[in-house]
Design a protein around this ligand. Structure first.
Ligand SMILES: CC(C)(COP(=O)(O)OP(=O)(O)OC[C@H]1O[C@@H](n2cnc3c(N)ncnc32)[C@H](O)[C@@H]1OP(=O)(O)O)[C@@H](O)C(=O)NCCC(=O)NCCS
Length: 159
């Protein structure tokens, strides 16, 4: 099959969910931040692989904003989507929703931006398909613009 040269944001959309267990929390019942970041990292990795169709590694995690606490027994749902791509890197926006399974109440507990780098079979950075904005809404276009700004601020596309 011929390699695709571009993919839409929607094609990378990925969701992973998990119920919070007591061993993932402190004695007061609040989940450890690292537990959630691990799930976010996995979700971002799946989204990046859906875009690149290669192995990927995490290069950067930015703007982790813990907005609300998450407690034992709640369902944590991570949603990730590629929002910008450079040459070999991809920025993925990850949101985490927590749901109290008794009351049904849902809230956005945290968000973050992950930069994942596509690797070839020898472990070297590999070019990724372009990101198409076809079918993207205003919010996604805003995320793309912000991602582009962050990438350029880091000195992207020098090579
Ligand atoms: C990420 C990694 C592959 C980059 O390798 P490198 O030799 O620096 O490669 P390059 O300089 O060619 O950079 C490759 C891309 O990564 C991006 N990049 C590298 N480090 C970055 C960082 N800290 N933040 C954001 N982007 C980064 C570059 O901007 C470049 O993007 P582009 O091709 O889209 O312009 C390498 O640093 C690595 O293997 N890091 C460890 C990754 C890992 O093990 N993660 C798991 C967590 S421990």
């Amino acid at each position: 099959m011929a390699k695709k040269i571009e993919r839409t944001m929607k094609e990378s959309y990925s969701v992973l969910a998990q119920e919070v267990m007591p061993m993932q929390a402190n004695p007061a019942g609040n989940v450890h931040g690292g537990e959630i970041i691990k799930l976010m990292d996995s979700t971002a990795g799946v989204a990046a692989m859906k875009h690149a169709h290669t192995n990927v590694v995490t290069a950067r995690i930015a703007e982790i904003n813990f907005k609300k606490p998450i407690h034992i027994g709640e369902l944590v749902t991570c949603k990730a989507q590629v929002i910008y791509v450079g040459r070999t890197s991809m920025e993925i926006f990850v949101t985490v929703e927590s749901e109290n399974l008794i009351s049904g109440e849902k809230q956005i507990a945290l968000t973050a931006f992950f930069t994942m780098v596509s690797l070839d079979k020898n472990g070297n950075p590999a070019k990724v398909p372009a990101l198409s904005l076809e079918g993207a809404g205003e919010y996604e276009k805003k995320l793309y613009k912000e991602g582009e700004k962050r990438y350029n601020m880091r000195g992207g596309r020098k090579k």
